[in-house]
Design a protein around this ligand. Structure first.
Ligand SMILES: *[C@@H]1O[C@H](CO)[C@@H](O)[C@H](O)[C@H]1NC(C)=O
Length: 200
């Protein structure tokens, strides 16, 4: 005979499992905006008008989507033109930053299958090799006044050398070497919001 307490306990466990399957935590996803062949770069954006929500999440964590991964190798910024011309909460260059490396997307995976960010990083490494980890919302770097050739290539590196290689971090949208798919959104990490499907 099943005691009332153990019956209640199993009912609670069942409910918790059911809630996590049915209501599902929401994670943040981003998408590719465009590619520039001349520089071999992609523009990636968390576009709130297209559903990206870093504060509440936008996609059920049980959804199967590629993970956006990155490998930063200190590549200087190529001379792409600054499309960002308006200062919002941050200077305009913040929204047109540079990852200093590469991005790529994994096969689709339910983000709920990852326990911590280490698991997501390992998934990136499995897919692309050592040095590849999960892309993060603030990966980009910028130099105030950068535009086209100004603070690109050698000038980018020189500015870094005279600033302790302390390039300010950007957010929301960025340029990176890569040419990822544009037919789906991607899971991305964000290190200062609760909208990741994994813990830190
Ligand atoms: C998606 O990428 C393909 C091939 O790279 C390109 O032909 C197409 O125009 C892109 N679609 C959008 C909506 O940008």
């Amino acid at each position: 005979m099943v005691s009332a307490t153990s019956y209640l306990a199993s009912l609670m466990v069942f409910s918790v499992v059911l809630i996590s399957i049915v209501s599902g935590k929401m994670g943040m996803t981003v998408a590719k905006v465009s590619h520039q062949n001349a520089f071999a770069i992609d523009l990636i954006q968390c576009d709130t008008t297209k559903g990206c929500n870093p504060y509440a999440g936008d996609t059920d964590c049980n959804t199967r989507l590629p993970v956006l991964c990155k490998q930063t190798d200190k590549s200087p910024r190529p001379a792409y033109a600054m499309e960002c011309t308006t200062d919002y909460a941050m200077p305009k260059e913040f929204y047109c930053g540079w990852t200093m490396g590469y991005i790529a997307t994994t096969p689709k995976v339910a983000a709920s299958s990852f326990s911590t960010i280490r698991d997501v990083d390992a998934y990136c490494e499995d897919a692309f090799g050592p040095g590849w980890v999960t892309a993060e919302f603030h990966d980009s770097r910028y130099i105030p006044g950068m535009n086209g050739a100004t603070y690109a290539n050698a000038q980018w590196t020189q500015w870094g050398a005279s600033h302790g290689n302390n390039y300010p971090s950007g957010g929301w949208r960025y340029y990176s070497y890569g040419n990822v798919r544009n037919d789906t959104r991607f899971w991305m990490d964000i290190n200062d919001q609760p909208t990741t499907c994994w813990s830190r």
